[in-house]
Design a protein around this ligand. Structure first.
Ligand code: GTR
Length: 415
């Protein structure tokens, strides 16, 4: 018996040691162990030609890069004509202490005999004829973003009311003359595995994981799609400034905001708040979350093809700086948090810096030659903004103040 017990103890020790080793290998937080890597050049065409003019970037190189992200990472939505029906379910011109108009709109998407509903909460500053607007999905349901008792709970929210208000600086946004529109991301794709049938995909003829091709999108593509559908609605309103729409997202929704803004050029500005791996951060840096970790933890976020790069990120035909480059020449803001090393703040900055050279085609200053900025000191050059603030993985007033300040400067407010 003694021998057997020893054997079992030995086996347990070996497994725990293995666990520790695997864990340590998977998450590196040591800058000296990031490794060497060569980034694909955003300005070199597949045929080797160098892009020196914005016309060639727009007509040839940009479509090449979009296809790389569609085929290898975020996936595509099949061609389909989806009908969107808008119904105002609640409205008041006396919201947020009388400073805002509140409007709640139910959008019903339909196609192929299926329909899905999204509830959008919109606040518009009173007395502004044309408001710039932030479109930003929320994690826990519309009613969790505010103490406003008239906000209707989102259909899939199980989180009660007002428990994420610190992430939504509505007063600040409204006082700055901006409108804001949010929706619960579960309305388009519940954030879990094996729920294709509950998402918007059946509207496109995709009903389960079995229908997914290598390059069919999953939840990130769906959340990005949702932001664009909210913009469709906002653009029907007279008091929205059509030239000044901003898509903003935090974390996994920051990845979706980047993808949305990269594709949907109606957005004049894109904000990535702590988007990290497969968002703003370079994939080739071995620091914090890796492509393998993200694919293993969240297999429903990216297209199936993305998993084939788990063991060898250097074989990815693109990297995340090229995602940011797709936003050029429009304004882009990448933000990190000091205690969010999992998202690799340095890798987010380097990615934006590398992307900024595409902005030079349009005559903008780049981030070339600038070193990683000090904490809480935003660095804005040309149409690219970056900051790393103190604190954890979160959205704070400091973040919103910076986005608004940057938008005021870069989108040249007319009112
Ligand atoms: C983490 C994930 C990150 C980030 C984050 C979030 O678990 O590893 O990539 O997306 O979730 O969305 O809060």
């Amino acid at each position: 018996m003694k021998t057997r017990n020893h054997l079992i103890a030995g086996i347990i020790t070996v497994f725990s040691l293995m666990g520790t080793t695997v864990q340590a290998q998977e998450t590196n937080y040591d800058e000296s162990k990031v490794g060497t890597y060569v980034l694909p050049d955003a300005l070199t065409m597949h045929n080797g030609q160098e892009v020196v003019k914005k016309e060639q970037w727009e007509a040839e190189r940009r479509p090449e890069i979009i296809k790389l992200f569609q085929d290898n990472e975020y996936g595509i939505l099949p061609e389909a004509i989806i009908n969107s029906n808008y119904r105002i379910v609640e409205e008041s011109d006396n919201a947020l202490g009388g400073k805002a108009i509140r409007r709640q709109v139910e959008i019903t998407f339909s196609n192929k005999g299926q329909s899905r509903k999204m509830l959008v909460l919109i606040y518009l500053p009173k007395g502004v004829k044309k408001c710039p607007v932030f479109v930003s999905p929320n994690f826990q349901g519309n009613a969790t973003t505010t103490t406003d008792p008239y906000v209707i709970e989102s259909q899939f929210s199980t989180n009660g009311r007002a428990n994420q208000t610190s992430r939504w600086s509505y007063e600040l946004i409204i006082n700055s003359g901006y409108a804001v529109a949010t929706f619960h991301y579960f309305d388009v794709y519940p954030d879990k595995d094996n729920v294709v049938s509950e998402s918007i995909y059946p509207l496109f003829g995709i009903n389960s994981n079995d229908d997914l091709l290598d390059n069919t999108g999953k939840s990130i593509a769906a959340w990005a799609w949702g932001c664009s559908r909210v913009l469709d609605y906002l653009l029907t309103l007279d008091n929205i400034d059509k030239e000044r729409a901003i898509v903003m997202g935090h974390s996994r929704l920051g990845k979706a905001a980047l993808w949305c803004g990269a594709m949907d050029q109606r957005f004049a500005m894109v904000v990535s708040n702590d988007s990290g791996c497969s968002g703003a951060a370079l994939s080739r840096r071995n620091y914090g979350e890796t492509v393998e970790r993200i694919n293993n933890s969240f297999p429903w976020w990216f297209c199936n093809k993305y998993q084939t790069y788990n063991q060898d990120v250097s074989s990815l035909p693109m990297d995340q700086h090229e995602l940011i480059a797709l936003i050029a020449p429009r304004a882009v803001y990448v933000a990190s948090a000091l205690e969010d090393q999992w998202a690799d703040p340095h890798g987010e900055f380097l990615s934006l810096q590398e992307a900024s050279k595409v902005y030079a085609l349009y005559g903008f200053d780049t981030l070339k030659g600038y070193s990683f900025p000090s904490v809480n000191e935003p660095l804005w050059k040309g149409n690219c903004g970056y900051h790393i603030r103190t604190g954890i993985h979160d959205v704070t007033d400091f973040d919103w103040e910076s986005y608004i300040g940057f938008a005021n400067e870069k989108l040249k407010l007319s009112e």
